[in-house]
Design a protein around this ligand. Structure first.
Ligand code: GDP
Ligand code: MG
Length: 300
C-alpha cells in the first residue's frame, strides 16, 4: 500500500522553510528571501518518490498579527497545521534553543499531528555545535536546506509518519498552484532583491494578464505599493530600477515557463493595501471573518 499525506512546514520567518521546500521539490517554487515574512501564501509542492507522496505546505511565518495582512498570514499557517499529517518544525540552529512549536505559535496545546524537528543551517554551525545540537528528543534532525545535508534522511523520516493511502495527486504534478501565482511571486521576489528595507513589505504583485498562446508569452504584472514615495523609489531615476527588476524577473519567468516571455511591468499605488481587507482579497490573500470582510476567505 502506498503512503500519502499532507506535510506542513512550520517555523519562524527566516528559518529556511521555503529553501527546504525548494530543495525537496527540486524546483524553485516558494519565494526565498533573506528578508523575513516573504512567504505570504500557502505554497503547495508535491513530492512523489517510489510509493510515497508528500503534499507539502509551506506556511507564512507565525507572527504576532498586527495588520490584516499579518492576520491573514497567521490564519493560513494555523490552518496548515490543522490539516497536517506530519509537521516539520524548521528551526534556525544558529539561534540556539528553540521553543516548542505550539509555544512559538501561541497555541494552547500542541497540534495533533506528529512533529519532526529539523535544525536547519547546519552548514553555519561549528563542528562542536554540530556534535551537540540542542535537540528536543530523538526526532530532532540536523539538516542544511542550503547544501542538502540530512535532507534525504529527513524526507525518509517524514515518509514513515505518513498514513497508508493512495496518492492524492497525479504522480508528475509538482504543484497545484497556478503558474500565475509563481510568476507573481517571482516578480515580487525580484523587487525585494533589488530594494533595501522600507518598501519591500509594502509590495504586492498582481498578474493582470497572462497570454500563454502567444510567442513570446505576454504577461502584464502590476507591483502595488502603498504610497507615492514608494512608487518613485520602485521606478527609480529615469525608470532605471523598474527596468532592471523587469529584466531580472523576466529571466526567472522564462526559466520557469521554458519559453520566451514579454513581461510588461507596471507600478501602481493602492493606498494602504496591507490594512485594507478588500484590497487583500483582491490580491489573493486569505481574509478572515474577524477582519471584517464578512463571508468566506478567498485563497489563490
Ligand atoms: P523561511 O522564511 O522560513 O521560508 O526562510 P527562507 O527559506 O526564505 O530562508 C531564509 C534565509 O535563510 C535565506 O537567505 C536562505 O538562503 C537562508 N537559508 C535557508 N536555509 C539555509 C541553510 O541551510 N544554510 C544557510 N547558510 N542558509 C540558509
Ligand atoms: Mg518562506
Amino acid at each position: 500500500m502506498p503512503r500519502a499525506g499532507i506535510v506542513t512546514f512550520a517555523g519562524k520567518p527566516n528559518a529556511g522553510k521555503s529553501t527546504l521546500l525548494n530543495r525537496i521539490i527540486g524546483q524553485k517554487l516558494a519565494i526565498v528571501s533573506p528578508k523575513p515574512q516573504s512567504t505570504r501564501d500557502r505554497v503547495v509542492g508535491i513530492h512523489t518518490e517510489g510509493d510515497v507522496q508528500m503534499v507539502i505546505l509551506d506556511t507564512p511565518g507565525l507572527l504576532n498579527p498586527k495588520y490584516a495582512l499579518q492576520r491573514a498570514m497567521r490564519a493560513t499557517s494555523l490552518e496548515a497545521l490543522r490539516d497536517a499529517d506530519v509537521i516539520v518544525h524548521v528551526i534556525d540552529a544558529t539561534e540556539g534553543a528553540a521553543e516548542p512549536l505550539h509555544v512559538a505559535a501561541g497555541l494552547a496545546s500542541p497540534p495533533s499531528a506528529p512533529i519532526i524537528t529539523a535544525l536547519n543551517k547546519a552548514d553555519l554551525l561549528s563542528a562542536k555545535q554540530r556534535a551537540d545540537p540542542n535537540a528536543d528528543g530523538d526526532r530532532a534532525r540536523l539538516i542544511s536546506a542550503a547544501t542538502g545535508q540530512g535532507v534525504a534522511e529527513l524526507v525518509a523520516a517524514v515518509a514513515e509518519c505518513l498514513p497508508e493511502s493512495p496518492f492524492l495527486y497525479p504522480e508528475d504534478e509538482i504543484s497545484t498552484q497556478h503558474l500565475r501565482f509563481f510568476v507573481s511571486e517571482m516578480v515580487r521576489e525580484t523587487a525585494l532583491e533589488q530594494l533595501s528595507d522600507e518598501v519591500p513589505y509594502s509590495i504586492a504583485c498582481e498578474i493582470e494578464e497572462f497570454r500563454e498562446n502567444k510567442t513570446p508569452v505576454y504577461i502584464r504584472a502590476v507591483l502595488h505599493v502603498e504610497r507615492d514615495s514608494q512608487k518613485r523609489i520602485l521606478i527609480g531615476a529615469k525608470g532605471q530600477r523598474i527596468r532592471s527588476i523587469g529584466q531580472a524577473a523576466r529571466v526567472k519567468v522564462e526559466a520557469l515557463l521554458e519559453q520566451p516571455v514579454y513581461l510588461d511591468l507596471w507600478v501602481k499605488v493602492l493606498p494602504n493595501w496591507r490594512k485594507n481587507v478588500n484590497a487583500l482579497a483582491r490580491l489573493g490573500y486569505q481574509v478572515q471573518d474577524g477582519d471584517g470582510a464578512g463571508g468566506e476567505g478567498k485563497s489563490r
